[in-house]
Design a protein around this ligand. Structure first.
Ligand code: 5GP
Ligand code: ZN
Length: 111
């Protein structure tokens, strides 16, 4: 299920370009266009739904393992996984997405 008006559905279809990190039959991951830190990624279900409660469980089960692999691949020791639902909760794009936001390592920039 996808939505013709949704920018993340368009990204999944390739109608809007993105820097893709991972894709399988249920999950798509790409770099955030306005990163809060280097490597800031978004992991989304291919199934379109605005909020976590709109997404079937079988489309959600693979999200966290993908987020975990991406966080690990950045080399960051510390990171945030964020997922916003609704405008008061700071959701801007109404297609469920998990932010993976690496924190710069303390040693970064030294040497
Ligand atoms: P939200 O506030 O809804 O949790 O976060 C939406 C995120 O989507 C923001 O971090 C924003 O930078 C990102 N975003 C919005 N439009 C695009 C786009 O067209 N391409 C990419 N790669 N990221 C986008
Ligand atoms: Zn969508």
């Amino acid at each position: 299920m996808s939505s013709a008006a949704c920018i993340f559905c368009k990204i999944i279809k390739g109608d809007i370009p993105s820097l893709k990190i991972f894709e399988n039959d249920k999950v798509f991951a790409f770099l955030d266009i306005q990163p809060l830190s280097r490597g800031h990624a978004l992991v989304i279900p291919k199934y379109h739904g605005a909020k976590l409660t709109d997404i079937p469980d079988d489309s959600l089960t693979e999200i966290l393992p993908v987020a975990k692999k991406i966080a690990s691949a950045t080399g960051a020791v510390d990171y945030n996984i964020l997922q916003n639902n609704g405008r008061p909760a700071h959701q801007v794009v109404d297609h469920v997405h998990f932010h993976v936001i690496p924190k710069p390592n303390e040693t970064e920039g030294l040497g």
